[in-house]
Design a protein. Structure first.
Length: 80
């Protein structure tokens, strides 16, 4: 957590009221995804946005993001 906060706090300042969870309880739902406006799948995929998806390294270079060697190895294995 300490390392994550080095990049700044979350937009809500770390205090969220848990409205989704409260709504889940009030609606007597077994799964919180049933009350989310934009739920993710069980594999953490957003089917509406097609995310996550791969981004071409050239596009990331344009904004100054570089891959470390571990990620480069993973991507090269994925491409094969």
């Amino acid at each position: 957590m300490y390392e994550a906060f080095q990049f700044g706090p979350p937009p809500h300042g770390g205090f969220a009221i848990g409205f989704d969870r409260m709504l889940m309880i009030l609606k007597d739902e077994e799964n919180i995804r049933e009350v989310y406006a934009f739920p993710k799948s069980g594999r953490a995929q957003d089917v509406m946005m097609g995310a996550p998806s791969f981004v071409e390294p050239e596009l990331l270079n344009d904004i100054g993001i570089e891959f470390n060697e571990r990620v480069k190895k993973f991507l090269s294995e994925k491409a094969e």
